[in-house]
Design a protein around this ligand. Structure first.
Ligand SMILES: [Zn+2]
Length: 250
């Protein structure tokens, strides 16, 4: 996707109004385009500021009723979801795109197709590009953990795995899918691992699942009522080993 097209689609991207394939292609462009990234950051910041600062007013029941009666009884189901295929059929897909389409399709097959993975990957990329990897930079977990707990209503696992080859580098406040999240930063050789922890709507336990998107590996799981997502460009096996360390396994 070229810059002009990406720039035009940025508002839709920020509002999550794009389909999965377009969202993926946009995400890939944004990760490589400082100008689009900066613009997206501004949009996100403005949205967050509006959410926090603007007063919310509940519509009176009479208005809801008026809207209800004004709407047609049954909306045609076809307008709800447009199949991914329709957008792709007409366009000339280069051979290289087939792999991307497959990645999107595989992600979609998961029982809860969501934008979480794309979200954490772009958070990860942003943390590397924007020179804002850590708010608190230290390998001392006794500093990082309370720093995060004081600012978030959650207490994620924070440990230094330097002996195992994953030294703790610090922590940062971030957002994942609209949830305030702790980003705990680790290093593996010259690579960075962002470990996101947040309270999700689904609190059930979930065994680690590994995915790949845009050249990044992602491992997500849930334990003790928190969702964890580790993202990095280290090899999948190394990221899984890291996830097991965080989970308290061998
Ligand atoms: Zn651009």
């Amino acid at each position: 996707m070229n810059h002009d097209r990406a720039k035009m689609l940025l508002p839709a991207y920020a509002d999550r109004q794009t389909g999965p394939l377009r969202r993926f292609l946009l995400g890939r462009h944004i990760a490589r385009c400082p100008s689009c990234l900066a613009e997206l950051e501004t949009m996100h910041a403005m949205r967050t500021a509006m959410r926090i600062n603007l007063p919310m007013h509940r519509a009176p029941p009479s208005l809801a009723m008026r809207i209800g009666t004004a709407l047609p009884r049954e909306a045609p189901p076809s307008i709800r979801w447009r199949p991914m295929r329709s957008g792709m059929a007409g366009s000339a897909l280069a051979g290289g795109l087939a792999g991307i389409a497959l990645t999107v399709a595989v992600t979609q097959l998961s029982p809860q197709p969501d934008t979480l993975i794309a979200d954490v990957v772009s958070d990860h990329v942003r943390s590397l590009m924007a020179d804002h990897l850590t708010d608190v930079a230290t390998s001392d977990r006794h500093t990082v953990k309370p720093w995060l707990s004081d600012r978030l209503d959650l207490s994620p696992v924070v440990k230094d795995f330097a002996i195992e080859g994953y030294p703790l580098a610090g922590g940062r406040l971030d957002y994942v899918k609209g949830h305030r999240a702790a980003a705990i930063v680790y290093r593996r050789d010259k690579h960075v691992i962002n470990l996101f922890a947040f309270v999700s709507d689904d609190r059930s336990e979930l065994a680690p699942r590994q995915l790949a998107l845009n050249g990044f590996n992602v491992v997500r799981w849930r334990m003790d009522g928190l969702s964890y997502v580790a993202v990095s460009d280290v090899e999948a096996s190394q990221l899984l080993a890291f996830a097991r360390l965080v989970m308290g396994g061998p």
